[in-house]
Design a protein around this ligand. Structure first.
Ligand code: HEC
Length: 172
Protein backbone atom coordinates (compact mmCIF):
# COMPACT_ATOMS: atom_id res chain seq x y z
CA UNK A 1 0.00 0.00 0.00
CA UNK A 2 1.33 3.42 -0.88
CA UNK A 3 0.90 6.04 1.76
CA UNK A 4 1.59 9.74 1.78
CA UNK A 5 3.32 9.45 5.15
CA UNK A 6 6.77 8.20 4.09
CA UNK A 7 7.00 11.04 1.57
CA UNK A 8 6.01 13.55 4.24
CA UNK A 9 8.51 12.05 6.68
CA UNK A 10 11.20 12.18 4.02
CA UNK A 11 10.42 15.82 3.27
CA UNK A 12 10.54 16.65 6.98
CA UNK A 13 13.88 14.91 7.46
CA UNK A 14 15.31 16.59 4.37
CA UNK A 15 14.17 19.86 5.84
CA UNK A 16 15.73 18.95 9.19
CA UNK A 17 19.06 18.26 7.48
CA UNK A 18 18.83 21.54 5.63
CA UNK A 19 17.94 23.37 8.84
CA UNK A 20 20.80 21.77 10.74
CA UNK A 21 23.15 23.59 8.38
CA UNK A 22 21.63 26.93 9.42
CA UNK A 23 23.85 29.15 11.59
CA UNK A 24 23.93 28.07 15.23
CA UNK A 25 21.53 29.96 17.42
CA UNK A 26 19.31 30.96 14.52
CA UNK A 27 15.62 30.54 15.28
CA UNK A 28 13.45 28.70 12.77
CA UNK A 29 10.48 30.39 11.28
CA UNK A 30 7.43 29.45 13.38
CA UNK A 31 5.87 27.81 10.32
CA UNK A 32 8.89 25.50 10.09
CA UNK A 33 8.81 24.69 13.82
CA UNK A 34 5.14 23.86 13.46
CA UNK A 35 5.94 21.55 10.57
CA UNK A 36 8.70 19.77 12.47
CA UNK A 37 7.18 19.58 15.96
CA UNK A 38 3.41 19.79 15.71
CA UNK A 39 2.16 18.97 12.26
CA UNK A 40 2.70 15.21 12.69
CA UNK A 41 -0.37 15.11 14.92
CA UNK A 42 -2.17 18.39 14.17
CA UNK A 43 -1.77 18.22 10.35
CA UNK A 44 -0.82 21.05 8.03
CA UNK A 45 -4.12 22.89 8.23
CA UNK A 46 -4.72 22.24 11.94
CA UNK A 47 -7.61 19.85 11.35
CA UNK A 48 -6.02 17.17 13.59
CA UNK A 49 -7.90 13.91 13.88
CA UNK A 50 -10.66 14.33 16.44
CA UNK A 51 -11.55 10.65 16.05
CA UNK A 52 -8.10 9.89 17.51
CA UNK A 53 -8.25 12.56 20.17
CA UNK A 54 -6.31 15.29 18.33
CA UNK A 55 -8.65 18.28 18.35
CA UNK A 56 -9.45 20.38 15.31
CA UNK A 57 -7.78 23.77 15.89
CA UNK A 58 -9.37 25.59 12.97
CA UNK A 59 -11.48 28.57 13.99
CA UNK A 60 -10.65 27.79 17.62
CA UNK A 61 -7.04 28.31 18.55
CA UNK A 62 -7.06 32.12 18.75
CA UNK A 63 -10.08 32.03 21.05
CA UNK A 64 -7.98 30.54 23.83
CA UNK A 65 -5.63 33.51 23.65
CA UNK A 66 -8.47 35.81 24.70
CA UNK A 67 -8.62 34.24 28.19
CA UNK A 68 -5.81 34.25 30.76
CA UNK A 69 -6.43 30.55 31.50
CA UNK A 70 -6.64 29.82 27.79
CA UNK A 71 -3.24 31.42 27.20
CA UNK A 72 -1.83 29.14 29.84
CA UNK A 73 -3.72 26.11 28.51
CA UNK A 74 -2.24 26.32 25.00
CA UNK A 75 1.32 26.14 26.32
CA UNK A 76 0.64 23.52 29.02
CA UNK A 77 -1.00 20.85 26.83
CA UNK A 78 1.52 17.99 26.70
CA UNK A 79 2.45 18.37 23.01
CA UNK A 80 3.34 22.03 23.52
CA UNK A 81 4.78 21.94 27.05
CA UNK A 82 7.01 18.95 26.34
CA UNK A 83 8.16 19.93 22.86
CA UNK A 84 11.89 20.57 22.36
CA UNK A 85 11.12 24.15 21.32
CA UNK A 86 12.57 26.96 23.42
CA UNK A 87 10.15 29.25 25.24
CA UNK A 88 10.59 31.91 22.54
CA UNK A 89 10.04 29.37 19.76
CA UNK A 90 6.95 27.91 21.42
CA UNK A 91 5.48 31.40 21.88
CA UNK A 92 6.15 32.17 18.22
CA UNK A 93 4.61 28.88 17.03
CA UNK A 94 1.41 29.38 19.03
CA UNK A 95 1.15 33.00 17.82
CA UNK A 96 1.60 31.75 14.27
CA UNK A 97 -1.04 29.04 14.80
CA UNK A 98 -3.53 31.64 16.06
CA UNK A 99 -3.09 33.63 12.86
CA UNK A 100 -3.01 30.56 10.59
CA UNK A 101 -5.96 28.68 12.10
CA UNK A 102 -7.96 31.64 13.38
CA UNK A 103 -10.41 32.97 13.95
CA UNK A 104 -8.29 35.73 12.40
CA UNK A 105 -10.55 38.47 13.77
CA UNK A 106 -9.64 37.36 17.28
CA UNK A 107 -5.98 36.62 16.48
CA UNK A 108 -5.58 40.25 15.44
CA UNK A 109 -6.96 41.66 18.69
CA UNK A 110 -5.24 39.49 21.32
CA UNK A 111 -1.76 40.30 22.58
CA UNK A 112 0.78 37.76 21.32
CA UNK A 113 2.31 35.29 23.76
CA UNK A 114 5.82 36.23 24.88
CA UNK A 115 8.81 34.03 25.72
CA UNK A 116 8.65 35.33 29.32
CA UNK A 117 5.03 34.26 29.70
CA UNK A 118 5.73 30.82 28.24
CA UNK A 119 8.72 30.37 30.57
CA UNK A 120 6.53 31.23 33.56
CA UNK A 121 3.55 28.94 32.84
CA UNK A 122 4.83 26.16 30.61
CA UNK A 123 5.50 23.61 33.37
CA UNK A 124 4.20 21.34 34.70
CA UNK A 125 2.30 20.05 31.69
CA UNK A 126 -1.42 19.38 32.11
CA UNK A 127 -1.91 15.66 32.43
CA UNK A 128 -5.66 15.74 32.01
CA UNK A 129 -7.19 18.04 29.45
CA UNK A 130 -10.68 16.51 29.30
CA UNK A 131 -13.26 18.98 30.41
CA UNK A 132 -10.86 21.94 30.52
CA UNK A 133 -11.12 22.46 26.79
CA UNK A 134 -14.93 22.49 26.81
CA UNK A 135 -15.10 24.89 29.76
CA UNK A 136 -12.56 27.23 28.20
CA UNK A 137 -14.36 27.28 24.88
CA UNK A 138 -17.63 28.06 26.62
CA UNK A 139 -16.00 31.03 28.37
CA UNK A 140 -13.97 32.27 25.39
CA UNK A 141 -15.29 34.78 22.89
CA UNK A 142 -15.64 33.78 19.29
CA UNK A 143 -18.90 31.94 18.91
CA UNK A 144 -19.50 35.23 17.06
CA UNK A 145 -17.65 33.66 14.16
CA UNK A 146 -20.67 31.41 13.61
CA UNK A 147 -23.52 33.29 15.23
CA UNK A 148 -24.06 37.04 14.89
CA UNK A 149 -25.66 36.99 18.38
CA UNK A 150 -22.24 36.21 19.68
CA UNK A 151 -22.85 33.29 22.03
CA UNK A 152 -23.75 30.43 19.78
CA UNK A 153 -27.06 28.67 19.59
CA UNK A 154 -27.34 27.32 23.10
CA UNK A 155 -28.67 30.46 24.76
CA UNK A 156 -32.06 31.90 24.04
CA UNK A 157 -31.92 35.20 22.18
CA UNK A 158 -33.80 37.00 24.95
CA UNK A 159 -31.54 35.71 27.66
CA UNK A 160 -28.75 38.16 28.42
CA UNK A 161 -25.59 36.05 28.37
CA UNK A 162 -23.77 36.69 31.61
CA UNK A 163 -20.03 36.23 31.81
CA UNK A 164 -19.13 32.56 32.09
CA UNK A 165 -16.51 32.00 34.77
CA UNK A 166 -13.32 30.80 33.22
CA UNK A 167 -12.04 27.54 34.72
CA UNK A 168 -8.95 27.41 36.89
CA UNK A 169 -6.24 25.16 35.57
CA UNK A 170 -5.00 22.50 38.00
CA UNK A 171 -1.64 22.12 39.60
CA UNK A 172 0.72 25.03 39.39
C1 HEC B 1 2.09 13.26 19.43
C2 HEC B 1 1.01 14.07 18.89
C3 HEC B 1 1.04 15.56 19.14
C4 HEC B 1 2.06 16.44 18.86
C5 HEC B 1 3.40 16.17 18.23
C6 HEC B 1 1.57 17.75 19.25
N1 HEC B 1 0.31 17.66 19.76
FE1 HEC B 1 -0.84 19.19 20.39
N2 HEC B 1 -2.30 17.90 20.93
C7 HEC B 1 -2.24 16.53 20.77
C8 HEC B 1 -3.41 15.92 21.41
C9 HEC B 1 -3.73 14.44 21.46
C10 HEC B 1 -4.15 16.99 21.93
C11 HEC B 1 -5.44 16.90 22.76
C12 HEC B 1 -5.10 17.10 24.20
C13 HEC B 1 -4.40 15.94 24.77
O1 HEC B 1 -5.00 14.86 24.86
O2 HEC B 1 -3.21 16.09 25.13
C14 HEC B 1 -3.43 18.21 21.61
C15 HEC B 1 -3.87 19.47 21.96
C16 HEC B 1 -3.21 20.63 21.66
C17 HEC B 1 -3.71 21.94 21.93
C18 HEC B 1 -5.04 22.28 22.58
C19 HEC B 1 -6.08 22.38 21.48
C20 HEC B 1 -7.49 22.38 21.97
O3 HEC B 1 -8.35 22.92 21.27
O4 HEC B 1 -7.76 21.83 23.05
C21 HEC B 1 -2.77 22.83 21.53
C22 HEC B 1 -2.81 24.34 21.61
C23 HEC B 1 -1.66 22.06 21.00
N3 HEC B 1 -1.97 20.72 21.10
C24 HEC B 1 -0.50 22.60 20.54
C25 HEC B 1 0.57 21.85 20.07
C26 HEC B 1 1.81 22.43 19.64
C27 HEC B 1 2.14 23.91 19.66
C28 HEC B 1 2.60 21.39 19.23
C29 HEC B 1 4.00 21.45 18.69
C30 HEC B 1 4.97 22.18 19.48
C31 HEC B 1 1.84 20.17 19.44
N4 HEC B 1 0.64 20.49 19.95
C32 HEC B 1 2.31 18.91 19.14
C33 HEC B 1 -1.26 15.81 20.13
C34 HEC B 1 -0.06 16.35 19.72
Amino acid sequence: MTSALPAAALAASALAVWLSTAPAGAQNEPRVDYLLQCQGCHLADGRGSPEHGVPDLRGILARYLALPEGREYVVRVPGASGSPLSDAELAAVVNWMAEAFGPQAIARTVPPLTAEFVARVRRPPLDRVEGIRERLLRAAPGAAAEAPGGYGEGLGATEAPGPVPSPRLPGR
